[in-house]
Design a binder for this molecule. Structure first.
Ligand code: NAP
Ligand code: GDD
Length: 328
């Protein structure tokens, strides 16, 4: 039975990946940080094949201990401060966890190492946010980086250090440059979930309006369940590498609002949306659209959930959740 260690197990992707790997027959271990982390019980309840281990991406000894305890075949480093807006307010903490955390996890893998015949394989959760002020459209693995946030800068460090450990120590380290992916499990701070959960509340008469920032930004949005498959496929390749993972479609926040409000039975979202400059960013990423040809050709990967289907699933899930909590 293969063994996988996932950091960021309590996050959106960690939860999908642990279910995906368990279905493939893996014994899955998830790194949980903090004292009495309230999300630990939730993820344990969701997946009976998941075992939790303690550790923090700020603390190298705890990561070495976790890798020693688990003896994984594969490590998926998903843990991070992942909210771009927070990274502007807490840039040092972001650099510490999202940036240096990658170095520490790689060190733990290098030090513990695995067996000679079966060295540990490593996945790094890189991000399209590294492209930032994009140098070309669409973005590929060869597009230069120009990050626009402390988060993007930290991810760029994480990406480059993973490449460096691959080249310097021969570690089987792959980076997935994943474009935005959302789901029914997306955090409420991200724009898509903020819209679908607020819309569900508007529909039920529990809320009057949604306050948002920049509606012109464009993102390449896919479904997280599709994207975790690409992570796994990368680690099954003979050679490690870097892969863009995206749908190849881009939509503005306005278009997301159009689809969501139409699905909820409204003619227009404009009467319900207010601009609040607290949600504007000091520097913005205006346009992301990925070219995932390499992932398609070498991994045989393609996304299955369309943009419209993604919005529908998120809205319907939030409507059901809001109905349930209103009935209690
Ligand atoms: P998420 O929901 O925000 O999850 C982040 C995870 O990191 C949580 O489990 C969190 O744990 C954990 N974490 C935070 N600080 C930690 C620390 N000091 N030590 C150990 N773990 C820590 O993010 P996601 O959407 O699942 O994304 C997964 C990864 O992919 C992240 O690295 C993100 O930056 C990257 N990424 C995401 C997207 C996307 O569109 N979703 C796109 C590209 C790249 P607690 O919740 O328990 O604090
Ligand atoms: N969060 C948020 N809240 N974003 C808003 C709002 C709002 O009220 N109003 C407008 N936006 C705009 C942001 O300015 C940004 O241009 C866009 O919506 C998307 O913001 P987020 O949903 O917060 O995601 P993100 O693109 O900044 O970052 C996500 O995707 C990255 C990959 O490109 C995160 O998941 C990152 O961790 C990930 O790396």
């Amino acid at each position: 039975m293969k063994r996988a260690l996932i950091t960021g197990i309590t996050g959106q992707d960690g939860r999908y990946l642990s279910e995906f790997l368990a279905a493939k027959g893996y014994q899955v271990y998830g790194l949980v940080h903090g004292q009495a982390n309230p999300k630990a019980a939730l993820v344990e309840g969701e997946n009976p094949r998941l075992e939790l281990v303690e550790g923090d991406l700020r603390d190298l000894p705890s990561l070495i201990a976790a890798v020693e305890q688990v003896q994984p075949d594969e490590v998926y480093n998903l843990g991070a401060i992942s909210f771009v807006q927070l990274s502007f307010r807490q840039p040092e903490l972001t650099a510490e966890i999202t940036g240096l955390g990658v170095l520490r996890m790689l060190e733990a893998v290098r030090i513990v190492g695995g067996t000679q015949n079966n060295p540990i394989r490593f996945y790094q959760a890189s991000s399209s946010e590294m492209f930032g002020k994009v140098r070309e459209v669409p973005q590929t693995e060869a597009t230069p980086f120009h990050p626009r946030s402390p988060y993007g800068v930290a991810k760029m460090f994480g990406h480059n250090i993973a490449v460096n450990y691959r080249e310097a120590y021969g570690i089987h380290a792959s980076s997935g440059i994943l474009f935005n992916h959302e789901s029914e499990r997306r955090g409420h701070e991200f724009v898509t979930r903020k819209i679908t959960s607020s819309l569900a509340r508007i529909k039920l008469g529990l809320q009057d309006s949604i306050s948002l920032g920049n509606l012109e930004a464009r993102r390449d949005w896919g479904h997280a369940a599709d994207y975790v498959e690409a992570m796994w496929l990368m680690l099954q390749q003979e050679e490690p590498g870097d892969y863009v993972v995206s749908t190849g479609e881009t939509h503005s926040i306005r278009e997301f609002l159009d689809v969501a409000f139409r699905l909820a039975g409204y003619d227009s979202w404009e009467p319900y949306v207010r601009h609040d400059n607290r949600f504007d960013r000091p520097a913005e990423v205006d346009l992301l659209i990925g070219d995932a040809s390499k992932a398609r050709d070498r991994l045989g990967w393609s996304p299955k959930v369309s943009f419209e289907e993604l919005v529908k699933r998120m809205y319907e899930n939030d409507l059901a959740l809001e109905r349930r909590s209103a009935a209690q």
